[in-house]
Write a protein that binds this ligand. Structure first.
Ligand code: DQA
Length: 177
């Protein structure tokens, strides 16, 4: 894979679209757009946020299908995926792209979504779970991640700088050619 043309996918889970309403819990030094700009220095960034569990399953399946075959040339797998307008829009963004890896902050789904965990297990790309806060310092129900066993590793408590750290890790996995 050519490092210059690689893309990275950043996925944020439920309620992270309105993080600015909870500055006491989720304060980062930099805004998301500043962190995204830093990541865009070495990757094309494809961003997806949703409040719906099933949409994460759909897009993770799409990412894997895109990874193992050229989506537009072989639609066998695609036929099996429910395609809402939002999912189709995401498909357009990833199709024919060299995706180097996935960064995911599953938000509350981290703690209970076996469906998301299974979808992550299917995904064979490098994958990092990121939490803005240190989930081990918070309520006990947040200490368990059911998704962690299906990612390469977890970054928790570095604010949105964790997204940048995850991107660096994935960038360094790309062989120089
Ligand atoms: C979070 C931690 C989760 O427990 C919580 O439900 C979130 C955000 C974080 O980034 O710290 O929504 O994933």
């Amino acid at each position: 894979m050519d490092k210059k043309r690689a893309s990275i996918i950043l996925i944020e889970g439920p309620n992270l679209n309105l993080i600015d309403l909870r500055p006491k819990i989720y304060q980062s030094k930099n805004s998301n757009s500043e962190i995204f700009q830093k990541i865009e220095q070495f990757f094309e960034l494809i961003y997806f946020q949703s409040n719906y569990e099933g949409e994460f399953v759909d897009i993770l399946q799409l990412i894997e299908i895109n990874n193992i075959q050229n989506i537009s040339e072989n639609s066998n797998f695609l036929e099996k995926i429910d395609k809402s307008e939002k999912i189709l829009g995401f498909l357009k963004k990833i199709e024919k792209k060299n995706i180097a890896g996935v960064i995911i902050n599953p938000a509350a789904l981290t703690h209970y979504s076996i469906a998301l965990s299974d979808a992550l297990e299917i995904l064979t790309l490098p994958k990092v779970e990121v939490h803005l806060t240190n989930i081990y310092k918070r309520e006990e129900f947040r200490h368990k991640s059911v998704t962690a066993k299906n990612v390469d590793f977890v970054i928790s408590g570095a604010g949105n700088f964790g997204y940048y750290l995850a991107a660096e890790y994935i960038y360094n996995l790309i062989p120089i050619c």
